[in-house]
Ligand binder design. Sequence first.
Ligand SMILES: [Zn+2]
Length: 278
Amino acid sequence: MSDSPTYAGRHRVRAVVAPRRRASSVLPTATAATLILTAGAVSLAQGAAGDPRTPTTNAVSALDLSVEQVVVVRQQEAAEVATTTELAQRRQASALDASAVHGRVEAQQRAARVEARRAALEAKRKAAEKKRKVAQAAARAKAERLSRRWVEAIHTGRLTSDFGPRWGKNHDGLDIGAPEGTPLFAMSKGTVVLSDEVPSFGNKIEIRYWDGTVSWYGHLSRRDVRTGDTVMPGDQVGLVGNTGHSFGAHLHLEIHLTAGDHPVDPAPWLLRKGIAVG
Ligand SMILES: [Zn+2]
């Protein structure tokens, strides 16, 4: 394209004519002229040695300009190139600055988004944990409530002997007649403090409940728990039997409000627990 004669022609005209208008305002003082001449001499020497703008140099020469005018033209050209370059550099620098600022803003926004997501997840996790803890506490409370409920020691049976004086001494519990092998249950949450075969009671189980009350079951045909076991309401602990000092299969049930041998009448105590007798 630069080889086109038409283009080259336009280029020459612009290169020569434009600077000439400005030349009149630049030339004036002798000092300036000297400086311009000095710079111009170098510029011309370079041009002759193979400057890419040789055509322009030729054009300037062809138009028969004075050395001073050529120097001014060349200086103007150099100034324009310098100005253009500086402008381009400033634009580039400005663009880089803008890009850097944009990058920083984007990074901050990205970090803010990440932080917002993290905070949202943390809040969600905390809410879920709180919910889980509340549910656990509720479950524990329910389990505790259930563990402290009171249930019957035996589901089927008939009261055959009350608590009180009998045969010249005190009968320390209730006798509940039931077929041998009828299941016996822990009445609430507690610990088995005795599971053994002993005189008079035969197979005997003592359970100390959560409220401190101790129940004695006597004459069992089988013991299903061992001393030290923890029991929950309704856990089967043995079977009705006829062991020890007994005349016929029955459960001998005693209630002791404290540890040791301090029996109370089980009937009112059971009624207070909402448990029917016989
Ligand atoms: Zn008895």
